[in-house]
Design a protein around this ligand. Structure first.
Ligand code: MIC
Ligand code: MG
Length: 301
């Protein structure tokens, strides 16, 4: 009942231990707290909170308009709905290095297992769009050092993302990754790589865990898990996949409803009432207080 049984410290430890196995960890991005539960229920071992999804959820573009307190609030709702370790996209840290430091503490308090900070300037943009600008290497090192200094739980994962590949080229991006590890980053997110050779270059250059971002309609080919495992990657990220799937289905459904005047033909594509109730754990609440669940569902619902 109420769905969580583990403390943030336990989840952070679980993520660290899972990464230490060297096996690839697939990490889908939740689109809301309930979908984080579904990510757990379908057997995934970690979930992600995407900046793009958190912004889109509010009807905003992913250009750094959301605030650290807004995303911390959503993160806390999410970590209350699942026992999985959750990694959040903390964009640029929301300002100066001292803002990045405060962001780390907000995200720790939200029960997250870790975050990533990127080396773009504000206003930032999706890493797969053209026209990005990156900070100096020194500025990003200060961001990372501020984050490391603010962290209270040593198991909270601090990942550094570099957007430099599409701005300064591969070699500069690799050099930045090395500098970010030296500054204390626990893991690296090389953004918008264009193929396997580039993934390999990062794997050769750094010893810390590496994340592969498999966002759709971007610059990176959708490498499968076997390929990524062979490349020695640690996390396979599907940041916006669930949002795109859901919004595709919602839009189709709305058009069908408008055209047909009934949702009848949509029923086979819907999550059933009983599946939703199962996911929400109605049974557990009924065991606690039978007044909560004193009805039976008709067959086939
Ligand atoms: C990973 C990412 O930062 C996100 O916010 O999910 C985005 C994803 C996207 O826009 O497709 C990014 O890659 O910049
Ligand atoms: Mg993002």
């Amino acid at each position: 009942m109420l769905h969580t049984r583990t403390t943030p410290a336990e989840r952070r430890r679980a993520l660290r231990e899972r990464l230490a196995t060297g096996r690839l960890l697939p990490m889908p991005g939740a689109l809301n707290p309930l979908s984080a539960r579904l990510i757990q229920d379908t057997g995934f071992e970690a979930a992600y909170l995407s900046g793009a999804v958190l912004a889109a959820d509010l009807g905003l573009p992913d250009i750094g308009l959301t605030t650290s307190t807004e995303i911390a609030a959503r993160a806390q709702q999410t970590t209350r709905a699942t026992d999985l370790p959750v990694l959040i996209d903390a964009d640029t840290g929301f300002g100066e290095p001292m803002n990045a430091a405060r962001t780390v503490q907000l995200m720790e308090d939200a029960g997250l297992a870790g975050l990533h900070l990127e080396d773009q300037v504000n206003p930032k943009r999706c890493g797969h769009l053209d026209g990005k600008t990156v900070t100096s290497r020194e500025e990003m090192v200060r961001r990372i050092k501020g984050a490391v200094d603010a962290r209270r739980d040593p198991d909270f994962l601090l990942m550094a993302r570099t957007d430099a590949r599409s701005v300064e080229g591969l070699d500069a991006a690799v050099d930045r990754a090395k500098a970010y590890v030296d500054a204390g980053a626990d893991a690296i997110f090389p953004e918008a790589l264009t193929g396997e050779a580039e993934f390999e270059a990062f794997r050769k250059a750094v010893d810390v865990p590496l994340l592969a971002n498999l966002t759709e309609f971007g610059k990176t080919p959708l490498l499968d898990t076997r390929t990524l495992e062979n490349l020695g990657y640690d996390i396979a990220l599907y940041p916006v996949t669930l949002l795109r799937l859901a919004m595709g289905a919602v839009e189709d459904g709305l058009r069908t409803l408008a055209a047909e005047g009934t949702q009848e033909s949509l029923l086979p594509r819907m999550q059933t009432r009983s599946r939703l109730y199962e996911l929400l754990g109605y049974g557990d609440y009924a065991a606690f207080d039978s007044a909560v669940h004193d009805f039976t569902l008709p067959p086939g619902t």
